[in-house]
Write a protein that binds this ligand. Sequence first.
Ligand code: SAM
Ligand code: SF4
Length: 397
Amino acid sequence: MLEVRIGPRPAPGEPLVGEGARTVALALEGERAAYLINAHRRGFGCLRKGPGVLGWPTVTDLPMPTRRPDGPLVDAFGRVARDLRVSVTDRCNLRCTYCMPAEGLPWLPKPEMLTDAELIRLVGVLVGLGVRQVRLTGGEPLLRRSLPDVVAGIAALDPRPTIAMTTNGIGLDRLAAPLAAAGLDRVNVSLDTIDRGEFLALTRRDRLADVERGLQAAAAAGLAPVKVNAVAMRGINDADVADLLQWCMERGYELRFIEQMPLDAGHEWQATSMVTADEVEQRLRERFTLTPVPGRGSAPAERFLIDGGPATVGIIASVSRPFCGDCDRVRLTADGQVRNCLFANSEADLRTPLRSGATDADLAQVIRDEMWRKAPGHGIGTSGFHQPDRPMSAIGG
Ligand code: SAM
Ligand code: SF4
C-alpha cells in the first residue's frame, strides 16, 4: 500500500513532508504510482483536483492493513461506504450508444432477479452497515413495475435512508407523483441533448418529448433539486453543451456532465475520442462565467456557479480527474451481487446465501469482505485495466 502525502512545494533540501501536510487516501497502483514517484523525484508533478492544485506529493510504502475493523463499511484504504446504488432491473427502453448495443442485451432471467422483499431486505442489511443514501438505477428503473413498492419498502427502513433515482425519464410523467408519495426524495434524469435529431442519434429512439414531460412531472412532484445527467459524445452533441446548460437553467434543472467511461457493452470506448471534462468546461466558458464551488467532499461532481450563481453546473471527470480516493459508494445488482466499484472485476453473490437461509449477519459478512477488497482506483489508462464484463446497464450507473 502506498501512502501519498500532499503538501506545499518543498524548497531544495527541505524535508519532503511538512507539518500539517494533508494526507489523502489516493488511489494509486502500478504505472500511476510509478509516474507519481518519478515525477516527484524529478522535482515536479503537483497533484490537481479540479482547477485547484492540491500540492506536491511524497510517496511512502506502508504495510497493507491486515485486519478489517468492525463498525462502518470500510475498505483497506480507509474509505467508508455510505452511498448505495441499487440496480432494480437491467432492462431498458433506450439504446444509448455509450451504454447498450442497438439490439439490446440478453436480459437477466426473472428467477435470477431479486424479488421486492429480497431487494428490500438486502438494502436493510446495507443500511445496518452504515449506508445513508440509496440511489435506484438500472437499466431503466421505471421499467420495474413494482418500483413504488420498492421505494416504500426502503423508506420504511430505520434509519430511513435518503432515496434518489437515476432514470432516462420515460414514463416519469405518470410515475413521478406516486414515487414521491412512496418516499422518493430526488431524481436525476439523463438527457444528453435537447435537439431531437441528436437525441435520436444518441439513444436510437425518438423519445425526447417523453423525457421533457418526465422532467416537468418530476419538478411538479417536488423531487427537487431535479438534476440532469449528460454525456458529451464527440461529433454528436459536444458542440451543443452550452445550449443544454441554457435550457436546463431556464427550467431550474441542475445539469451535470459525466465523462464517457469504458462501460459500454460493445467495449468500443477509446480514451482518444472521449470528450474530456476540460473540453466541456472550455465550451461552457465560451458562453458563461464559471466559478468553482468549494467543498466537494465525496461528491463525484465538481460544481461551478454559473454567471455568479445561484444556478450551478457539475462536471464529473471520472476518467481524466478520478476521485476514487474519496469514493463512498457500494453497489447492488438486480440479480443480487454486491460490487465494491463500477469497474470491479469481482463481485460477491448475496442471492444464493439469501435464498439458502442466511441470516442478516451472514449477509453483512459477505458484504464487508467484498468491500474490504475494493481497489484503490479504477486504473483506467493503466496497462492493468480490464473493462468489467458487466456493462453499465447491468451494474447500475
Ligand atoms: N437508464 C437510466 C438512465 O439512463 O439514467 C439509469 C441507468 S444509466 C446506466 C445511469 C447513468 O449512467 C446515466 O446518466 C447514463 O448517462 C450514464 N452512463 C451510461 N453509460 C455510460 C458510460 N459509458 N459512461 C458514462 N456514463 C454512462
Ligand atoms: Fe438505458 Fe440508461 Fe443505458 Fe441509456 S444509459 S441505454 S437509458 S440504461
